[in-house]
Design a protein around this ligand. Structure first.
Ligand SMILES: C[S@@+](CC[C@H](N)C(=O)[O-])C[C@H]1O[C@@H](n2cnc3c(N)ncnc32)[C@H](O)[C@@H]1O
Length: 199
């Protein structure tokens, strides 16, 4: 999808609730921040000025739009074409990893979360805002029912991922989760569980 089509398609949702949820979450980002799947850069103007943001995506066209958005907002973000499943960064390089509406799109979320765990400092935080498999009975039925058609039409976004469970299974403690958007969106705040000490 062209970057301007994505932005236009998202405009109403951003006004209704997404931008407010993004702002609230991004306020918690600290220090060196890695943003996964930044897309057209919706988050970049919303960070505080005291963080150093590296924003990655696999789509060069989206990254170019993200870079323009950051510059217009006076935000000095570094945008890099990279895959979340194979991050080109050293161990413990980041204080915060952010993802918004991205774990629906990553082919192998388990691989990406293993990489997040590797590049995150032991006292770092993972901050996610994701659309997920419905968190209420009706929204679960809706996402399960719509998912096959939706995925067949656009081939990337899964409507029924249980991202919080995947994050926990990848070795993170779920510090806080909150349901929004009538059970279709979830904010997830997580920290890496310390590896057992091996003598
Ligand atoms: C639905 S868009 C969300 C964009 C943005 N985070 C937002 O909140 O609007 C998902 C983005 O994830 C990117 N993506 C998908 N798989 C990825 C991967 N393995 N590594 C990095 N980015 C990926 C896509 O290219 C796309 O730009």
């Amino acid at each position: 999808m062209e970057p301007h089509h994505y932005d236009r398609g998202m405009r109403l949702l951003e006004r209704l609730s997404l931008e407010r949820l993004r702002r609230g979450l991004l306020r918690e980002a600290r220090g060196a921040v890695l943003e996964l799947g930044t897309g057209t850069g919706a988050n970049l103007p919303l960070y505080g000025r005291d963080v150093q943001v590296t924003a990655i995506d696999v789509r060069p066209g989206h990254l170019a739009a993200a870079g323009r958005k950051a510059r217009r907002a006076g935000m000095a973000a570094t945008v890099v074409c990279a895959n979340a499943q194979d991050l080109p960064y050293a161990d413990a390089a980041f204080d915060t990893v952010v993802g918004t509406l991205v774990f629906c799109s990553i082919d192998r979320p388990e691989a990406a979360l293993a990489e997040v765990r590797r590049v995150l400092r032991p006292d770092g935080r993972l901050l996610l805002l994701e659309h997920v498999r419905g968190l209420t009975p009706w929204s679960r039925r809706l996402t399960d029912w719509l998912h096959p058609l939706w995925f067949a039409l656009q081939g990337e976004c899964r409507l029924n991922r249980e991202t919080a469970a995947t994050v926990a299974a990848a070795g993170f403690h779920l510090d806080h989760t909150a349901s929004h958007g009538r059970g279709l969106l979830q904010i997830i705040r997580a920290t890496p569980i310390a590896e057992p000490h091996r003598p």
